[in-house]
Design a binder for this molecule. Structure first.
Ligand code: GLN
Length: 285
């Protein structure tokens, strides 16, 4: 086997290649893809740096490198992310869990009383539902999404994290109707990271986002506020009195969410994310 097939050399060559393709954090991307193809923890790549690679391993690595260079999201290629200590499997197309949403979940966890029943609107991969139920053992979650793939993924992530006894997921489109009887509204907590971008923002997003994540998971109409309008309308039916509402929203939407939710809540606090941007609303009915 030739020198150039040593793991460490290929890893460095991939790092350089990703740099030329404008991939953010090229080394981290290369390591993650090698670890995936070789089914090794990342640290082993360095412990086995001298290891020659077999042809079938090279084929797998090359396929992943090619796809990443074409801006397929790293998370879809690896197939899983960590979110608030939960393992979240990903179906390509579903919104990839973001670090901001982890911040929302961490803030919310401290405010949820024991035995709460929680509704997660637009559950996507199920990251919020699974993380909440994993961290709050006495609570249960109903997770809804209009995308059937999201509901299937949420079920599978609940199983992966051993919380399927406390997470139920349902296909529901809240635009075309209300919650089905089986959801058993109202809830003690309603949480949502809905789509909130304006449709005209989609073309300027990174290729990983605009070409791979489904538009209905990202944008909500020309003003980006359609989901918030609908959630505000539903609050009296879905949230118990003195129940908690927690929402993620986008840049420049603070005034709009205040306008929509101040009339239906008694307390409303806006939180900034780690970047200093107004990003979350937590309120009480
Ligand atoms: N946060 C998403 C983005 O960064 C937008 C939609 C969402 O998370 N609800 O593109």
């Amino acid at each position: 086997m030739s020198e150039s097939k040593r793991l460490i050399d290929l890893l460095s060559a991939t790092d350089e290649f990703f740099k030329t393709r404008g991939i953010d954090s090229p080394r981290r991307n290369a390591e993650a893809l090698f670890a995936k193809a070789l089914q090794l923890p990342r640290i082993e790549l360095y412990l086995q740096h001298d290891r020659p690679l077999k042809d079938y391993e090279l084929d797998q690595i090359r396929d992943l490198i090619r796809r990443r260079a074409k801006r397929e999201p790293l998370q879809y290629l690896v197939g899983e992310v960590e979110f608030c200590n939960a393992r979240i499997g990903l179906t390509p197309g579903l919104l990839i869990p973001r670090p901001e949403t982890e911040e929302l979940v961490s803030t919310l966890i401290e405010r949820i009383p024991a035995n709460s029943r929680i509704l997660d609107i637009g559950c996507g991969t199920g990251c919020i539902s699974v993380a909440l139920s994993k961290n709050l053992e006495k609570c249960s979650v109903v997770a809804i999404d209009k995308d059937p793939d999201a509901v299937v993924q949420t079920k599978s992530n609940a199983e992966l994290n051993e919380v399927s006894d406390r997470v139920s997921s349902l296909v529901v489109d809240l635009y075309s109707g209300s919650l089905p009887q089986e959801a058993n509204a109202p809830f003690n907590v309603v949480v949502s990271n809905p789509p909130y971008l304006r449709t005209d923002e989609l073309p300027s997003l990174e290729p990983e986002v605009k070409d791979h994540e489904r538009p209905h998971a990202l944008a909500a109409g020309v003003k980006g506020d359609e989901c918030f309008v609908r959630i505000a309308e539903l609050i009296p039916d879905i949230l118990n009195s003195s129940g908690i509402l927690a929402l993620e929203f986008g840049i420049h939407q603070e005034n709009r969410v205040r306008e929509l939710f101040e009339p239906v809540l008694t307390e409303l606090t806006i939180y900034r994310d780690i970047q200093g941007k107004e990003r979350f609303l937590i309120g009480k009915r």
